[in-house]
Structure formats: C-alpha cells, structure tokens
Design a protein. Sequence first.
Length: 320
Amino acid sequence: MTSLRLRRRTQVAGVVTIAAALLVTGCSSKKAATSNSASTSPSTSTSSGTASSSAPTPSGSGDLSAMLPASIKSAGTIKIATDASYAPNEFFDTDGKTIIGMDVDLGNAIAAKLGVKASFENVKFDAIIPALAAGKYDLGMSSFTDTKEREGTVDFVTYFSAGESLIVLKGNPKHVTGPDLSLCGLTIAVEKGTTEESEVPDLSKKCTDAGKAAVKALSTDDQNGANLALTSGRADVGSADSPVAEYAVKQLNGQVEIAGSSYENAPYGIALPKNDGDFAKAIQGALAALIADGTYKQILDKWGVADGAITTPTINGATS
C-alpha cells in the first residue's frame, strides 16, 4: 500500500476513566494524512527546510532559548495545538478539561528546556496545520507523521516512531488479515484529515482492480467518533497508530483485537511554521537534551510507549 502514513495514564483513576470511555466509544484510527492545510505559511527567516540529523549542542538552556522567536520570548509561553482524542498520546484527564498524555508531557519538558512554559489547546486534527500556517499557534503536537507532502507546508522535528494497526472486534468476525484484499467490501472508520482516511482510495482501487467490492471510509470529526462507529457496528474495522491500538486493546480487556501485524513505520514530528528562523533548531536541541538526560525515556516509559523511542531528532526527516 502506498502510504502518506500516517494516543495511558499512570494514575489509577485516569486509567479507569479512560477505560470506561473506551467501553462506550471503542477504538480506531489516526494520525497524519494529508490535511487540507493552507498552501502557504509564515516565512520569517532562513531555515533551509532540509533534513538535519545533527541537533544543536549548546552549553546551556540559555543558548537554546536565544533561538526562540521574539513573540515566544515576550509571552514566555509556547502555544501548542493538539487533538485531545488520541490516548495515550493526547487526551482529556478525568476532569474532562485537562489535556494529558505523552505528547503533553514531552511538550512541557521541551518548553522547560527552552526557559518558557507550554500551553496546550484542543483543536480538531485537520485544522491544526492551517492554524499553524495562520500564526494562531506556535507548534502542533498531535501524533503527526512527518511526510514529504506535509513538509511543503510546515517544518517538523521528529520525536517518535510508530506503525499502523488495524483494530477489529474480538474474534475478528470479518477475517481481516492486514491492509490487503481482506478489507474488500468493508467499511473502515477513520478520522478526518488523517493518513488512514487518505489511504482508503488506494485500498479500494486494489480491491476493484482485483474484481472485488470497494473499501468504504466512514470519516468522523474526531477519534472518539471513529471509535463509536466501530463498536456500534457502523464500521467493520478501525485503523490507528500502533501505540494507540495497543493501548485500546489493553484498556478494553479483550473486547477488541489487532488484526495482523503493524505496518508502515514512520516518524512522528512536532509541526511548526515553515522557515521560522532557528525555532526548529531550538526544538530539536531541547529534545536532544531530553534524550541525553533521560527525561525523554522516563516520559515514554510512563505512558507505555517506549518501543517508539528514537535516538536522534531530525528536522524534516520524512521517510515517504
């Protein structure tokens, strides 16, 4: 399959609440297809936009903070957009208001390294990149996959590696084996703006070329809607990044399962406005420092996603 490619709480109360929510909404897709983002974005300086594997190695956080845009230095806050419907990466805590997750902890740690604070706001996934291009937010941290197409609109700093998985009801009643002809004639629940949504036409064409029924997409506004579509029977299968799929299976205690193996491993990226001076290098340097001092691993361990750890963050490191 040609792919553009492409969300655990440690406190007991949080786990119970999220599990209860999953019992209602099920589990399914996400994160990172082609979004209908703006064709242009702010260009305030001279970042090359090419892949960089060498993170800055400043002597202290002051060196990194000097790389921040003047607006962030003045405000003392990095405004970060996220779609809080993708546990364990980003989701609402038990109060229904506080956004928590791996991406949130990592965003807070990056901001601290830069001498500022992070402020997260819940934004629909397919609206985040346009909002970045419009200058409404400084960063997007929402399990975005870094792709070549997206790099035409925003810059990315890679921070994680994830595959994709297909989720089905227990017992796999539709006999799904993977992103193959076993999906022919089925309906896949996907969130708008994601890679999973963008892949359906290609999957469908493979089916019709083989003389089989087309694959249909049931697109929803957020991940919870896609989850509900699966568990209510309106969809036959859900698609999600591998850490999200694994989390859902654990929380639902066997009500759902993963069909086949994960596939299409690709990097997650922190999205930021295109060519925004040394901002990308500042984020890259802060992340490299968190990897070096062990904070990065502690965060991934906390949320049970350490399998996706990387060793070197890059700027615009898309693999496809």
